[in-house]
Design a protein around this ligand. Structure first.
Ligand code: FE
Length: 192
């Protein structure tokens, strides 16, 4: 009798723990229903201005840098929706006047996602140049995984339509803030 009560008690405790864990996961990491694969983020060409060995930094802002302040945030996920920790994101972009720094590393930097796959970048809204609409270049790579090279675009830029590299799937979600703009983008990487 006592033995049965103990076993039953453990069962109730286990059920309570499972419920808590599932509840926390449901709140913190909403994932699509099982089998609902996310579409991997589309690739886009590297272009002529990539430089390897960018500095490790989450802010590309420098004193006196012109342009609208932009905070870009999001996560790096696998196609089943799980976060990828330690993913490397290497950003490079033109300045507000549409110019790249090809001598140094201005507006270039890389960072790694945290345990929830999150990243955050402080920068300025890039200007357009030579027929290109505004865009931010990025190379995204999960640990031990292939590199995804792509570009991110800004909604409501009238030059998007005329830019043959523009892809609607690479649009940032952008909001105006008191200090500039805030943008969101989640990368989905197809793991091998
Ligand atoms: Fe470019």
């Amino acid at each position: 009798m006592a033995r049965t009560a103990v076993v039953r008690g453990r069962g109730i405790l286990a059920a309570a723990l499972v419920g808590t864990v599932l509840g926390a996961v449901g709140v913190l990491m909403p994932v699509p229903a099982r089998g609902a694969e996310r579409e991997p983020t589309a690739s886009q060409v590297e272009g002529p201005y990539y430089k390897p060995n960018s500095p490790l930094r989450t802010s590309l802002l420098e004193k006196g840098m012109p342009g609208t302040r932009l905070v870009l945030k999001g996560r790096v996920l696998s196609s089943d929706g799980s976060p990828i920790q330690g993913a490397r994101l290497d950003f490079w972009q033109a300045d507000a006047n549409g110019a790249y720094d090809n001598d140094g590393y201005r507006l270039r930097g890389h960072q790694f996602t945290d345990e929830q796959g999150r990243y955050s970048l402080e920068t300025v809204v890039p200007g357009n140049y030579a027929g290109r609409t505004s865009h931010i270049h990025v190379k995204a790579q999960g640990p031990g995984q292939p590199i995804l090279t792509t570009q991110l675009f800004f909604p409501d830029d009238p030059r998007n339509r005329a830019d043959w590299l523009y892809k609607p799937g690479l649009l940032l979600q952008v909001q105006d803030t008191a200090s500039g703009k805030e943008a969101a983008f989640d990368f989905v990487l197809k793991l091998r």
